[in-house]
Design a protein around this ligand. Structure first.
Ligand SMILES: [Zn+2]
Length: 129
């Protein structure tokens, strides 16, 4: 990968990291609010659960983003962690924190080999927006 591309992905990753760090600081959503209304209780519990799930996904994503930045730093960025082929630029444009090439990611989604966090490609794409 040339230096210009590497700088581009690094900037994308740093922006994402900043965005996620802000999001993860806003944990007020999870504060337990007491309300006398039973219906509100149910709704609040649902919102809390959603907030926790989002937080989960975001901290997982943040870990991936940080991992990618570490690979930028050590020069291995853009290389599939499984088969060591180059990851296609189109994929990195969509998912700059991608750890695997598309073929290995699909294999990982089918649990054909062990990944460290177990996230699926769909989740990564959903987070790419
Ligand atoms: Zn691969």
């Amino acid at each position: 990968m040339n230096k210009t591309d590497l700088e581009k992905y690094k900037a994308m990753l740093e922006a994402k990291r900043a965005e996620l760090s802000v999001g993860l600081r806003n944990r007020d959503d999870i504060a337990i609010e007491k309300t006398p209304d039973a219906l509100d209780e149910v709704q609040l519990a649902g919102e809390r659960e959603l907030a926790i799930r989002n937080l989960d996904r975001e901290s997982n994503l943040l870990r991936n983003v940080k991992g990618a930045l570490a690979r930028v730093a050590d020069g291995s960025y853009g290389t599939c962690l499984h088969c060591e082929e180059q990851i296609k630029p189109k994929r990195l444009d969509a998912v700059p924190w991608a750890k695997y090439c598309i073929r290995c990611q699909e294999a990982a989604d089918r649990h054909e080999f062990e990944t460290e966090s177990g996230e699926t490609f769909d989740e990564l794409l959903a987070n790419a927006a």
